[in-house]
Design a protein. Structure first.
Length: 573
């Protein structure tokens, strides 16, 4: 759960009771107000007179359920919270320290580096310095729940000692010192009920980690003298915190008896990602070019991170790889893409990274984007050009209807007759098919004919001495390496071809079309640029016409018309 989860849980119970009291008081006040209105109708009291009965002093001064609060009101709320937290901190420290020690040790064991045989606490107290709240917001979600977000800053003086044992039997007491933390914790009080304290459970999570620093000191020695140990322990602690309490991960604390399984973290959809290519990557090698590969993830869990193949000696690599990711909260999660240079035994060097917010994706619609690589996702002050990476994204919520079909699933383009054979005549899966499903994995191969019309080109770069070019286009299917080419149009930078080529495609979802523009010379040819297209869009739409910018060229566009004629084939593997 991480170091700070126990801390926030110690505070959450007190805040939960306070929020419950306020909610209860609001409900009681509403009922009193309604009763006063009825009495006023009989006694001819004015509405203003009835409102005077319930003045603001009946409500706690520190909490107002409103999205809009002025600065002075917010300051009073934070001061109230910080003053009272300081008063109760000795009790929070005593209770939370034991809770943290008991809950964190299993997490540390899960992330324990292979060089260590044991990683436990021999001493754990949070110290005498209470955290301070620097921001608070309350969001009422109708009758369903209340969300509280607390920005917390803690420069603590805890006494934490890790008892570490290496594989060779060496015991090392390591002290965790100089902890500095700034982050936003999210508390969700849900569901709201009539019974005191007016909510059934509390969900706790770290929504945003702005800063987390600490130092490790080997008691009686220097930890840096043991190669790799400092980094391994530091990474273990940070991974355990981020992976276990970073939103959308959350800890559900039942307050009233009941089933709160719907509040637990669970998948709500799948994100299909096709890593297409990258261009103009920064060269990290002194001799030759970088050997790029990409790491992709939605949550930075080791078993959920995907790694592409390495493309050697290429600053414009083509991957064309497909990955799937579980989505648990499309409103806050994002896809992260990090491109590295493979340095072999020396490790990998980051070229750049990028991210896509899942809330920007339209469910059921493929989005093709070029992402600009930056040095750091948190602090984006670097204007250096590190290259771009192209990805195709398709978000598929669980149970999505409206006739949408995920092209990456095995039911894509399945005919009615094939569905009957798969399910059985009476609509239920037959015993034979059920046994076959257990023994074999059924894989759909999207086979068809791709018709490509190369219409024209615009504003091609001049490569001849006379400021002209003799362009033609070479079309290649990447997997099958089948090639065709247009005729040569002499001395023209805006050629018109209007030539159509048909390609038999055996695996449309994992193939791609590469179009290269060349200048024809008597004694050779000059490269002018290229376009790389996946077939996902034409498979989904059936047909489209578009103008594509040439890559690896100073200028130039290609006007194309693509059409797909499907011939689905099913193959058992």
């Amino acid at each position: 759960m991480g170091f700070f989860m126990g801390l926030i849980l110690g505070i959450a119970v007190g805040l939960a009771i306070i929020v419950g009291l306020v909610k209860s008081e609001n409900v009681r006040s509403k009922r009193r107000s309604e009763l006063a209105t009825i009495i006023a109708a009989f006694s001819k009291m004015t509405v203003e007179d009835s409102r005077k009965i319930f003045t603001p002093e009946y409500y706690p001064s520190w909490l107002v359920f409103s999205q809009r609060q002025n600065c002075s009101c917010l300051l009073l709320q934070l001061n109230w919270l910080n003053v009272h937290l300081t008063k109760i901190w000795p009790y929070v420290n005593e209770a939370a320290s034991e809770l943290i020690k008991a809950s964190v040790e299993p997490v540390l064991e899960q992330y324990r580096p292979v060089i260590l045989s044991s990683l436990k606490f021999s001493k754990f107290t949070l110290g005498t310095v209470a955290p301070q709240f620097t921001g608070v917001s309350i969001i009422e979600n109708g009758e369903n729940g209340i969300t509280m977000e607390l920005e917390m800053n803690w420069d603590g003086n805890p006494s934490i000692v890790l008892d570490i044992k290496t594989r060779v039997g060496l015991a090392l007491p390591v002290q965790v010192k100089d902890i500095g933390f700034t982050g936003v914790f999210r508390l969700i009080f849900k569901p709201l009920v009539d019974e005191f304290p007016c909510f059934g459970a509390v969900c706790c999570s770290l929504r945003q980690k702005k800063n987390m620093d600490f130092t490790l000191k080997l008691i009686g020695g220097d930890i840096s003298t043991i190669p790799g140990l400092y980094g391994a322990i530091e990474g273990t602690i940070k991974d355990a915190i981020e992976d276990s309490i970073m939103w959308p991960a959350r800890k559900v604390i039942p307050i009233l008896p009941g089933d709160y399984s719907d509040l637990e973290l669970k998948p709500i959809g799948m994100l299909e990602v096709k890593l297409v290519q990258a261009k103009e990557l920064t060269n990290k090698d002194i001799i030759g070019k970088s050997d790029p590969f990409a790491v992709l993830y939605v949550r930075p869990l080791p078993d959920r991170m995907k790694t592409s193949k390495t493309i050697n000696n290429d600053l414009n690599p083509i991957w064309n790889e497909h990955f799937e990711f579980v989505v648990e909260d499309a409103s806050t999660q994002h896809l992260v893409v990090k491109v590295y240079d493979d340095e072999g035994l020396q490790g990998s060097e980051l070229i750049g990274c990028a991210q896509v917010l899942l809330r920007d994706l339209q469910p059921g619609k493929v989005k093709d984007v070029w992402l600009k690589l930056v040095k750091d996702l948190e602090v984006q002050r670097d204007n250096k050009n590190r290259g771009q990476v192209q990805v195709e994204l398709l978000y598929c919520p669980s149970g999505m209807e409206n006739g949408f079909t995920n092209p990456f699933t095995q039911d894509f383009s399945m005919t009615s007759l094939e569905k009957v054979f798969k399910s059985g005549v009476n609509g239920t899966e037959s015993h034979e098919n059920e046994k076959a499903a257990i023994q074999k994995k059924r894989e759909v191969i999207i086979r068809g004919v791709l018709s490509v019309t190369v219409i024209s080109a615009e504003d091609l770069p001049a490569v001849d001495l006379m400021g002209k070019a003799d362009p033609y286009v070479v079309l290649t299917m990447k997997k099958s390496d089948i090639r065709n080419k247009t005729r040569v149009v002499n001395e023209c930078l805006n050629p018109v071809w209007n030539q159509t080529f048909d390609f038999v495609v055996e695996d449309g979802l994992h193939d791609m079309l590469i179009l290269e523009v060349w200048d024809h010379d008597t004694f050779g040819k000059d490269y002018m640029g290229r376009c790389i297209l996946t077939l996902t869009r034409v498979i989904l739409e059936g047909e489209y016409k578009e103008c594509f910018q040439l890559d690896e060229a100073k200028s130039g566009k290609l006007n194309l018309h693509l059409k797909w004629m499907p011939q689905p084939i099913y193959r058992d593997t």
